[in-house]
Write a protein that binds this ligand. Structure first.
Ligand code: DAT
Ligand code: MG
Length: 139
């Protein structure tokens, strides 16, 4: 996968509040093409593995519990400079600190329940995409 893709999840709070459509529209309006997308629910094992990098952090248990609490939308997005441009579109981890007009500012409930995930590097975008989609789904 080249450096023009990123991976996102619309998290349980945003699915629960019926914002899949609004968030997908913002993603499309910002120039991203959806290359793969599915509604799914993470098992505890999957959430623990996905967020393994945070396993020593005090919020890890809460994060895994939240991410398994309801359905999510997993998606692979394409655009030039996808990783950085998508991080700009979603805004800061804490919606209280996120810039106006960002997805988290508009739709996140809190730092823990923050509406969307965005990969932080090209390498992690590829790892995360492969975690959720198999080869034939990632053309
Ligand atoms: P981001 O999702 O902006 O890349 P991160 O990688 O630092 O943020 O953390 C992953 C997720 O963990 C984040 O989206 C929400 C949760 N999280 C991070 N810091 C937290 C905190 N201080 N309290 C509760 N949840 C937190
Ligand atoms: Mg992160």
């Amino acid at each position: 996968m080249s450096g023009n893709r990123t991976f996102t999840m619309i998290k349980p709070d945003a699915v629960e509040s019926n914002n899949i459509g609004n968030i997908t529209q913002m993603i499309s309006d910002a120039g991203f093409t959806i290359k793969a997308m599915k509604l799914t629910q993470l098992s505890k094992d999957q959430a623990q593995e996905f967020y393994e990098v945070h396993k020593e952090r005090p919020f890890y248990g809460e994060l895994v519990e939240y991410m398994t609490s309801g359905p999510i939308v997993a998606a692979v997005l394409e655009k030039e400079n996808a990783v950085a441009d998508f991080r700009a579109l979603i805004g800061s981890t804490d919606p209280a600190e996120a810039a106006a007009g960002t997805i988290r500012k508009k739709y996140a409930e809190s730092k823990g329940r923050n509406a969307v995930h965005g990969s932080d590097s090209d390498e992690n975008a590829e790892i995360e995409s492969n975690f959720h989609f198999n080869e034939s789904e990632l053309v």
